[in-house]
Design a binder for this molecule. Structure first.
Ligand code: HEC
Length: 178
C-alpha cells in the first residue's frame, strides 16, 4: 500500500534524481551512458570485412580445429557439423534450388571471412569471445574442411582466409551497385 512515508520517499527520490540528471545536463550532453575507454572500444571493434580487412594475427588449420570443435561446438552442432540440436554447419551442397534447400556454411555462405567474424563475435553460444585467435582460425578451417572447401593441412591466417572462394559466392546478386 502507498503510505504517506512512501509518498515522501518517492517525492525525495524524484527531486534528487531530477536534480542529478539536470545538474550534468547543462552543457555536457544528455547524460546518457558513459564514454568508453580505448580498450572497451577495441573489445567490440572486431568487424571483419568480406575482403579480410580487420582479420587479426594468428593462424590454424583443420587438424588443430578438430579438438577446438569437439570441446566447444559439438554439443550443439553435432559430430562433424551434422545432426546437432542447433544449426547444421556442413553439407547441403547443390540443394539450394531444390524443394528442400539446406543452407549451411558450405552450401550458402558467400565469404569464408564471414565465418571467422561470426564465430568470433557469437560462438560458442553461451561464451562468445572465449576463443583465442589461433583457435578461431583453426575451427574456421575445420568447418571449411568438413564442407570440402579446403585441405586438412591448409593454414588459414589473415592472408589465406580471404583467398578462399566459397562455392555459392557467385549466386549472390548486388541489390545496389557496390
Ligand atoms: C550452446 C549451443 C551452441 C554451442 C556450444 C555453439 N553453438 Fe553455434 N549456434 C548455436 C545456435 C543456437 C545458433 C543459431 C543462432 C542464431 O540463429 O541466432 C548457432 C549458429 C551457428 C552458426 C551459424 C550457422 C548458419 O548457417 O546460420 C555457426 C557458423 C556456428 N553456430 C558455429 C559454431 C562454432 C564454430 C561453435 C564452437 C566454437 C559453436 N557454434 C558453438 C548454438 C551453439
Amino acid at each position: 500500500m502507498f503510505t504517506p512515508d512512501r509518498w515522501l520517499g518517492t517525492a525525495f527520490c524524484f527531486i534528487v534524481c531530477t536534480s542529478a540528471a539536470t545538474g550534468t545536463w547543462a552543457g555536457e550532453g544528455p547524460s546518457l551512458g558513459v564514454e568508453l575507454s580505448v580498450d572497451e572500444v577495441a573489445a567490440v571493434d572486431i568487424t571483419v570485412m568480406p575482403d579480410g580487412e580487420g582479420l587479426p594475427a594468428g593462424s590454424g588449420n583443420a587438424k588443430a580445429g578438430t579438438s577446438v570443435y569437439v570441446a566447444n561446438c559439438m554439443a550443439c552442432h553435432g559430430e562433424k557439423g551434422v545432426g546437432g540440436v542447433n544449426d547444421t554447419l556442413v553439407g547441403g551442397h547443390g540443394t539450394l534450388t531444390s524443394d528442400r534447400p539446406q543452407k549451411t556454411i558450405g552450401s550458402y555462405w558467400p565469404y569464408a571471412t564471414t565465418l571467422f567474424d561470426y564465430v568470433r563475435r557469437a560462438m560458442p553460444y553461451q561464451t562468445p569471445g572465449s576463443l583465442e585467435n589461433n583457435e578461431l582460425y583453426a575451427v574456421t578451417a575445420y568447418l571449411l574442411h568438413l564442407n570440402g572447401i579446403i585441405e586438412e593441412d591448409k593454414i588459414l591466417n589473415a592472408e589465406t582466409l580471404p583467398e578462399i572462394e566459397m562455392p555459392n559466392r557467385d549466386n549472390f546478386v548486388w541489390a545496389y551497385s557496390p
